[in-house]
Design a protein around this ligand. Structure first.
Ligand code: NAD
Ligand code: USQ
Length: 389
């Protein structure tokens, strides 16, 4: 299969490209390197050093004998997007290429507008390119569990049978997202469902939970193949941050009471879910949704898992929650679709945590503590990016 990975320089896009190439697919990646630009903007860097794209693809060719083609450009630029799709002629497009940090989208008006423009317009350009160039291309789009929010009913896989005043219909599951970033994903989902319904496109929307971990079978083959590992309060995700905080002797920063519950997934399962979705495409006209998560934990439980796995003292600090989220709530998610396709989940275990502690310890001198504590306040409308900024 010819698979084009948009956002192929990112935390998840790069290991996914390697995994698909390893499985014998013809892979190309595309990126505008915006993520490396946010690092400059915020004055931070990935905990694990990452190589430029050219070095990455050269290293992969050296290690595996396989080549990955690379496109440099911005999906918001429709000419670039169309030319790339015409040139590579993919069977599947895997779309990771969005601004993905909730706190970044909540810094101020400028960052909220950038996030929604980048994400919604880029995704629309991809949809139009597919429709005009080859409507049989399967779009595998990264959505997020946060599109649903935390409703007081069980969360289904994308669709809900609704009975109202004696009549029933199958509707998109209601959305109650928690940031301008999460809202951009809701807008994307609606645009994709519309394109499937009106143009007959085929798409899989993967509502992914919070990802943890840093290594996959392929990235571990050579340090030049490493993917990024973010720890700062804007791009670092909760479990990865707690691991690094434990290693630093920094208290784990639990927001609020830590009663908020989220779906989680191991990075090794992320890359496998993408392969399964790509190799088992949605039908023409089908908007298929999978909830791409394997376990649920409250933030306090995540802190306990990390503290119990670490061979040293770990303190937990309960901070006033900078976000607006429910402290205690119902959370029961259906996530059987990917398991039915063959996913065998890696569940959160001390083995993984141990290897993550090792990664963090090896690079701990690269941590900038000024970027550790949360500064972006959901209620404020305008926040500094860093404690010292
Ligand atoms: P990331 O920021 O590391 O990677 C995204 C990549 O897309 C970056 O390399 C960036 O430069 C590129 N990009 C952004 N806008 C672009 C544009 N307009 N044109 C071309 N390239 C562009 O993010 P990630 O953690 O790898 O996440 C990838 C996707 O998965 C995102 O869509 C995110 O919403 C989704 N997701 C991530 C997580 C997680 O925990 N990391 C969880 C659920 C869903
Ligand atoms: N949290 C803490 N302490 C921290 C960091 C986070 O208590 O130091 C809490 C947050 O309040 C939140 C939860 O942990 O309740 C998750 O926060 P996060 O920053 O790990 O994840 P989130 O902002 O939800 O975003 C991440 C990715 C995003 C993806 C999303 C999946 O950055 O791209 O869409 O996870 S989901 O959460 O399912 O929507």
């Amino acid at each position: 299969m010819r698979i084009l990975v948009l956002g192929g320089d990112g935390y998840l896009g790069w290991p996914t490209a390697l995994h698909l190439s390893d499985r014998g697919h013809e892979v190309a990646v595309a990126d505008n390197f915006a993520r490396r630009g946010y690092d400059h903007e915020m004055g931070v860097q990935s905990l694990v050093p990452i190589e430029p794209m050219q070095t990455r693809v050269d290293a992969w060719r050296e290690v595996s004998g396989k080549s990955i083609k690379s496109y440099y450009g911005d999906l918001v630029d429709a000419d670039f997007t169309y030319e790339m799709v015409r040139d590579f002629r993919p069977d599947t497009i895997v779309h990771f290429a969005e601004q993905r940090a909730a706190p970044y989208s909540m810094i101020d008006r400028k960052h909220a507008v950038y996030t929604q423009q980048n994400n919604v317009v880029g995704n629309l350009n991809v949809l139009f390119a597919i429709q005009e160039i080859d409507p049989s291309i399967h779009l595998v789009k990264l959505g997020t569990m946060g599109e649903y929010g935390t409703p007081n009913i069980d969360i289904e896989e994308g669709w809900l049978e609704v009975s109202h005043k004696g009549r029933t219909d199958r509707m998109l599951f209601p959305k109650k997202p928690g940031s301008f970033y999460h809202l951009s994903k809701v807008h994307d989902s609606h645009n994709i469902e519309f394109a499937c319904r009106i143009w007959g496109l085929r798409a899989t929307d993967l509502n992914q939970g919070v990802v943890y971990g840093q290594e996959t079978a392929q990235t571990a083959l050579d340090p030049r193949l490493a993917t990024r590992f973010d720890y700062d309060a804007i791009f670092g995700t909760v479990l990865n941050r707690f691991v690094i905080q434990a290693v630093l002797g920094h208290p784990l920063t639990v927001y609020g009471t830590g009663g908020q519950t989220r779906g989680l997934i191991d990075i090794r399962d992320t890359v496998e879910c993408i392969r399964l979705a790509a190799e088992n495409p949605a039908d023409a006209g089908e908007f298929r949704v999978f909830n791409q998560m394997t376990e649920s934990f409250s933030v306090e439980e995540i802190a306990k898992v990390v503290a119990n796995g670490f061979d040293g003292t770990v303190d937990v600090e309960y901070l006033d929650n900078p976000r607006v989220e429910q402290a205690e709530h119902h959370y029961n998610v259906v996530h059987t679709g990917l398991v039915e396709l063959g996913l065998e989940p890696h569940l959160l275990s001390n083995t993984l945590i141990d290897s993550l502690f090792g990664v963090a310890k090896a690079h701990v001198d690269r941590v900038d503590l000024g970027a550790m504590r949360p500064t972006v306040q959901w209620r404020s409308g305008s926040s500094p990016m860093r404690a010292d900024g």
